[in-house]
Ligand binder design. Sequence first.
Ligand SMILES: [Fe+2]
Ligand SMILES: [Fe+2]
Length: 261
Amino acid sequence: MKILFIGDIIGKYGRRIAEACIPSLSREYLPDIIIANGENSAHGYGITEKVYKELMDMGIDVITMGNHIWDKKEIAKSIEKFPNMLRPANYPDIVPGKTFIFFEKNGSKLAVTNLLGRTFLPPMDCPFQAIEKLLPIIKKETNLIIVDVHAEATSEKCALGWLLDGKVSAVIGTHTHVMTADERILPQGAAFITDVGMVGCMDSIIGMKKDQILRRFITQMHDKFEPAEGGPGLFNAVFLEIDPASGKATAIKRIAKIIEG
Ligand SMILES: [Fe+2]
Ligand SMILES: [Fe+2]
């Protein structure tokens, strides 16, 4: 099974870059499924129904989220309108939203799930225990499992990678918006990368307007952050191949495209 996993898509400009890159990458890599992190897709903060539909229309099949999932208030009231979107599995059980999604293609069934880290992020239930609880349920259906670990600390993502090696097909980090060059297949067959990166404006600070972020760092005063716009645009993703018989990864490749304009 072939999978294209796209990093955090930042605002309108990120959506434009994603729209520009997905068709040619689909022709080149022939993915069975396209997964993207959408937590910043609506003006940098969360997602709306309109943006969700736009991402689906681009050919994205499953949207993972993160710490920005609830930024747009409408989502908590109407999460059933986002059927192909995940919420991180380690929110308390009473929180609405899907913690895993099954996706079938060519006779193979893939599960996608999403976790939030706890280091340098707001308090959250334990991601290590949450995934251990979830895996037996998912594994009744399939061994092909992709986990988006949305976390700040490289060590926490690395730890989850080692915990899940031999249990899932891939552990893909998101959230920092900076692609790491440590992609590999762990000894028991889980593809791993600490962070897949982002889709958005390159001349920015992690996709947001650099002046606003700089002012915040220098003054420590609260300021509004907005997505940066204009080229060059950066498109980060990983391409994965999974053996459908064993559920083990056979390839992980970083994709980093720079788009002028
Ligand atoms: Fe993000
Ligand atoms: Fe995030």
